[in-house]
Design a protein around this ligand. Sequence first.
Ligand SMILES: [Ca+2]
Ligand SMILES: [Ca+2]
Length: 115
Amino acid sequence: MARLENIITSIHDIFMEYADDGGNKKQLNPEELKNLLEKEIQSPELKDKISVDAINEAMEMIDKNRDGEVNFREFCRCVCVLLNATTNLRWAKEAREARTERKMKKTDDNGVISQ
Ligand SMILES: [Ca+2]
Ligand SMILES: [Ca+2]
């Protein structure tokens, strides 16, 4: 399977796996959402974006139609927010590294030994 297809399938499978635990089998209740976020998000940067400790806060952010559960569309929106956050962090890191590299190169051109 192509990489993007693989990711799309994985997103669907993860949602269905956790949504299937209780109540509506195609929606995440707050407990199911908490379990999903705890187990499937490990990096501190992303944990900062969605607080598992304050699950009501996370629920408020994700549950756009205010029915108390997260449907697949709401979950996809949440994944997009996390994808954007990850991409922004990565690009910011690359920009910082490029600036540092340029500074070091400049210093070298002036004949100063850089550290
Ligand atoms: Ca459910
Ligand atoms: Ca909802």
